[in-house]
Design a binder for this molecule. Structure first.
Ligand SMILES: C[S@@+](CC[C@H](N)C(=O)[O-])C[C@H]1O[C@@H](n2cnc3c(N)ncnc32)[C@H](O)[C@@H]1O
Length: 160
């Protein structure tokens, strides 16, 4: 991935039980029991020091199996097309995903996590601690999602 001379190389790999898009959680928030492991390349392991004090971390990764991008897409939670940047769809110009997962353990260069929604083998770009005092907002509006279909319907559509 390049941008004005910036090159992003994976710092590791996310391992999960999901090998097919169908059956992979739409959002890890709704699959708290879905466990995974983050394997950092050994040269970055020291960067995990002090992370085990955090209960949740952001995983930032590449949707490496997204087939190109589309500027309009039909979210599972809606019946009309939306601009891709108003969605979490994988098919985006820069196919970057972000998931807040629960951090359960660190062993060397491996993190045990839960609440995953990535395919097995997803390339990892970055890890950041989830910090409510930085990340929480008040008076939040959620756009089209306020009137979207319920989660069960979205999940059923996803399985079809
Ligand atoms: C709707 S996205 C949400 C991901 C993330 N929580 C976000 O908001 O950016 C989750 C879906 O992306 C798809 N997906 C997961 N890992 C992928 C990968 N490595 N390449 C392509 N698609 C992937 C799966 O179908 C999964 O159900």
């Amino acid at each position: 991935m390049t941008s004005d001379g910036h090159v992003f190389n994976p710092i590791g790999t996310i391992h999960t039980d999901f090998t097919e898009k169908a059956g992979t959680p739409i959002q890890g928030r709704f699959a708290p029991k879905a466990r995974g492991e983050v394997h950092l390349l050994p040269e970055f392991a020291n960067g995990l020091d002090d992370l085990d004090g955090f209960s949740h971390v952001y995983l930032i990764y590449v949707f490496d199996r997204a087939p190109g991008f589309t500027l309009k897409c039909m979210p599972f939670r809606d019946d009309v097309e939306r601009g891709v940047f108003a969605t979490r769809a994988p098919r985006r110009p820069n196919p970057i995903g972000i998931t807040v997962v629960t951090l359960t353990a660190r062993r060397g260069n491996v993190l045990a996590v839960s609440g995953v929604d990535m395919l097995n083998g997803t390339p990892l770009l970055d890890i950041k601690p989830y910090v409510p005092m930085f990340d929480e907002r008040e008076d939040v509006r959620i756009g089209w999602l306020a009137d979207s279909v319920d989660r069960r319907t979205a999940d059923e559509r996803f399985e079809e």
